[in-house]
Design a binder for this molecule. Structure first.
Ligand code: ASP
Length: 320
């Protein structure tokens, strides 16, 4: 089977000055993941490698450079899910892990449980040989400055602009047809300590089912949870374009009565899930997905989303 890879770096009001950096970040993530997939490597290795690159890049809200909570500390959440087994590894409330996706993978592969949080998760990290860092190592200067402004002004929305980058994610299908999806985040700026959003929750910020597709979400977590957005999109993928009534906004306006190909369906499903987010919760966000054949789909109702995928010709497409 032909491998496939899609990544995102968050759907928000990404400021003009961050656009190029977000595009480069997505391209670097595609390079990391594709160098594995194109040589016959596994989708799990590919999503991990892509997400590590995005976590290490301070332009995104994950790992180093995550948004700070109300106390001025980084608290990260991450998940990786296996589409063949429906098993997942999820972690939340991490303060001392440089690459939360690595710990999520360790939970998937080496833990009897599917989700670990805070101190317990960090203790498990030590047990499996993942080093703990000083929490201050995860704080970038830009986020410290943004947090100070936000905090002084009671977290007024006007101050979010300038650090509106988001959560990261990746979905991959490998040559063996294995499908994995992954999401990693620092959550929302000035969140209450202990707050966990959609990102590490199965079916909310991430879902993978080899019989349908894999999905990674971004946006306002409290709303994404309400519609279980990743699982909703995966269910729509299984149904296909003929089995559900696409809303007006999801249809291709130039060809309203058309029967769509699988590639069209992947895009239609992405739009439909985001449309549902807006309709049922009045919130904003976005998602990326691959169907079980590796066809990419993406959609967002925010001003911008950073994303990228490998085209059928093997080149990298990135956009913000
Ligand atoms: N969904 C994430 C959260 O609510 C934030 C984001 O996507 O940027 O934690």
């Amino acid at each position: 089977m032909k491998p496939s890879l899609i990544v995102h770096g968050g759907a928000w009001d990404i400021p003009d000055e961050a656009v190029e950096a977000c595009k480069y970040g997505c391209r670097d993530a595609l390079e990391a993941g594709w160098s594995i997939l194109s040589r016959g490597g596994s989708a799990l290795d590919a999503v991990e490698a892509a997400v590590v690159v995005l976590e290490d890049d301070p332009v995104f809200d994950a790992g180093y450079g995550s948004h700070l909570n109300l106390d001025g500390r980084v608290e990260c959440d991450a998940i990786v899910m296996n589409g063949a087994t429906l098993g997942a590894g999820a972690v939340a409330g991490l303060q001392r892990i440089r690459n939360p996706i690595r710990l999520a993978r360790a939970v998937l592969e080496q833990c009897p449980h599917m989700m670990l949080v805070a101190e317990g998760a960090e203790r498990f990290a030590k047990d499996v040989g993942i080093p703990l860092c000083d929490p201050r190592e995860l704080v970038s200067d830009a986020e410290r400055e943004a947090w100070q402004v936000c905090k002084q002004d009671k977290h007024a929305a006007a101050h979010h602009r300038g650090h509106e980058q988001g959560t990261v994610g990746a979905v991959a299908v490998d040559a063996q047809g294995k499908l994995f999806a992954a999401t990693s985040t620092g959550g929302t700026c000035c969140k209450l300590p202990g707050r966990v959003g959609d990102s590490p929750l199965i079916g909310c910020g991430c879902y993978a089912d080899s019989t349908a597709g894999g999905v990674s979400c971004t946006g306002y977590g409290e709303a994404i949870m309400k519609i279980v957005m990743a699982k909703t999109a995966s269910d729509l993928l299984r149904s296909g374009s003929n089995a559900f009534c696409l809303s007006e906004s999801s249809r291709d306006p130039s060809n309203p009565g058309s029967h769509s190909s699988a590639a069209d369906t992947a895009m239609l499903v992405a739009r439909e899930a985001v449309h549902l987010l807006g309709k049922r919760t009045h919130a904003t966000g976005g998602l990326i997905l691959l169907d079980s054949e590796g066809n990419p789909g993406f959609a967002f109702n925010t001003p911008r989303m950073a994303y990228g995928y490998v085209t059928t010709g093997g080149s990298f497409f990135t956009a913000v």
